[in-house]
Design a protein around this ligand. Structure first.
Ligand SMILES: [Zn+2]
Length: 100
């Protein structure tokens, strides 16, 4: 899960493992997992962030599904590409600025 925390007088986004609920602080040690319908390969919706050591605990939780995974680092790269992420622009306004 991605969520916002308040730490050291700042709001910060963090990623938590969807299995053990501990913070993922090293992308190299985590995967993104998702399930698809066994017959149609239609993704069933939710994306799970998991430590590599926790990933097997998701398997079997959805009997009609087949699980696929991707290391977290390339997932973030592809996600950034899909939304035209620009690192230079992002660093111009790194802090939370607005209240909704
Ligand atoms: Zn975990």
């Amino acid at each position: 899960m991605i969520r916002m925390i308040y730490e050291e007088n700042e709001f910060r986004p963090v990623v938590e493992c969807d299995v053990c609920v501990q913070r993922i602080d090293d992308a190299a040690g985590a995967n993104v997992e998702f399930s698809v319908d066994r017959d149609t390969f239609e993704p069933q919706g939710r994306i799970y962030f998991v430590h590599k050591g926790c990933s097997t605990k998701l398997r079997g939780t959805e009997p009609t599904a087949e699980w696929f995974w991707q290391p977290l680092e390339p997932f973030l790269l592809f996600l950034g590409n899909s939304i035209s992420f620009n690192e230079t622009r992002a660093k111009e306004h790194p802090h939370v600025r607005y209240r909704g």
